[in-house]
Design a protein around this ligand. Sequence first.
Ligand code: SAM
Length: 275
Amino acid sequence: MELWYTEKQTEHYGITAQITETLVREQTQFQDLAIIDTIEFGRMLVLDGMVMTTEKDEWVYHEMVAHPALFTHPNPKHVLIVGGGDGGVVREVMKHKAVEKAVLVDIDGKVIEYSKKFLPSIAAELDNPRVEVIVNDGFMHIHDHKNTYDVIMVDSTEPVGPAVELFTRGFYQGIFESLKEDGIFVAQTDNPWFKADLIRTVNRDVREIFPIVRVYCANIPTYPSGLWTFTMGSKKADPLEVDEKQIPELDTKYYSPRLHKAAFALPKFVEDLIK
Ligand code: SAM
């Protein structure tokens, strides 16, 4: 008998993956957590029925959350990751030797625990001495840490459950205040096919707070629609003014110095969303 996992990405559309095993399934204090083994994409972390990350395509998202901001900031030493309990983003941050400390704040310790156990290639740097892992609400953390971080990355779930507050204007204001005077923040801001309103609203809110706001895209096969957006807010540095010849080649598979600016060239229907 074949077993398939289907993620409904809208009421009327979804993706489905043939699975071989359910490695863990638990209702944590915050969400329905599962790690399943799929034939096409390897092991897959699923939270509240939504694909979070897979062994096969995880590096696209994790590289594109981390590297554009870290190569835009002139000297990122102190980085905050809100969410990101699977460890993928912080693994990419650790490739930047100038980063002295990366603080990861995820509300659900079970995501961290099970990612370490079942997704070792993604969770590889969670025990790095330059990483501090805190189990807490990211919203609370930023309000308790004013003028602290050079770069803040929001690697949260979609705006449901504990992540709803991570897509509010108040949260972006809190991020602004938690950043230093030349700070940069980046958030995953979903897909333009099914979540156009979210992208439009976030862009409007962030533009009211940050002087420089840029949106960029990446292709993530297992995320809804496959076309993913990221929104960057910066107090001083503009990602489009980075000299890509100054960007070193890192051990990456999606991000590159050549892609740094190209990622900000948006399909016209996405440009129109954020006009
Ligand atoms: N890459 C995924 C995506 O784009 O949907 C996100 C991956 S990561 C596993 C998402 C994390 O956000 C989860 O581990 C979840 O526990 C965490 N999270 C949700 N709400 C949060 C909050 N208020 N504070 C901190 N972490 C939160």
